[in-house]
Design a binder for this molecule. Structure first.
Ligand SMILES: [Zn+2]
Length: 143
């Protein structure tokens, strides 16, 4: 919301961290509504995986886990609706920007796109919190 795409430091509530059970590194919290918007068929996922708790986003390309919970429950790449761009840096078709549908290949080929995204972001015409699996602004993910 207010923290979406803010270029200054992120608001305090977003700074909660937890250790990814798979790679042992710490990652930032993501809202549970973002998780719901990106997992494949959330109604089919067992209640034990999608409970009321804090979830976190692992952005390590080498780690298969995308979301994990406070209780260390894990949601892997294969459980998501789409490729997570930041975890697929070598896949040209994966997205750099989810708000405006910019692939890694397009972002590399046309650097001006980044300025377009910056402008839209300044006008608050982006929707990173829901569109981007990380729940955060995509600008820092641009190549
Ligand atoms: Zn991980």
């Amino acid at each position: 919301m207010s923290s979406c795409c803010s270029t200054s430091s992120e608001s305090k509530k977003d700074n909660k961290r937890h250790t990814c059970p798979a790679n042992g590194k710490e990652y930032l919290q993501v809202s549970s509504s973002t998780v719901l918007l990106h997992v494949k068929k959330p109604w089919q996922i067992g209640h034990s995986k999608l409970i009321e708790q804090s979830y976190y986003f692992c952005n390590d390309p080498d780690c298969d886990v995308v979301y994990f919970g406070e209780n260390d429950v894990m949601l892997n790449k294969s459980e998501l609706r789409s490729l997570v761009g930041i975890k697929e840096p070598d896949n040209d078709e994966a997205l750099s920007c989810y708000c405006f549908d910019v692939t890694h290949a397009e972002a590399r080929k046309t650097p001006e796109i980044k300025q377009y995204v910056i402008d839209k972001t300044k006008n608050k015409q982006c929707a990173c919190e829901s569109q981007n699996p990380s729940g955060r602004c995509c600008l820092k993910d641009f190549p």
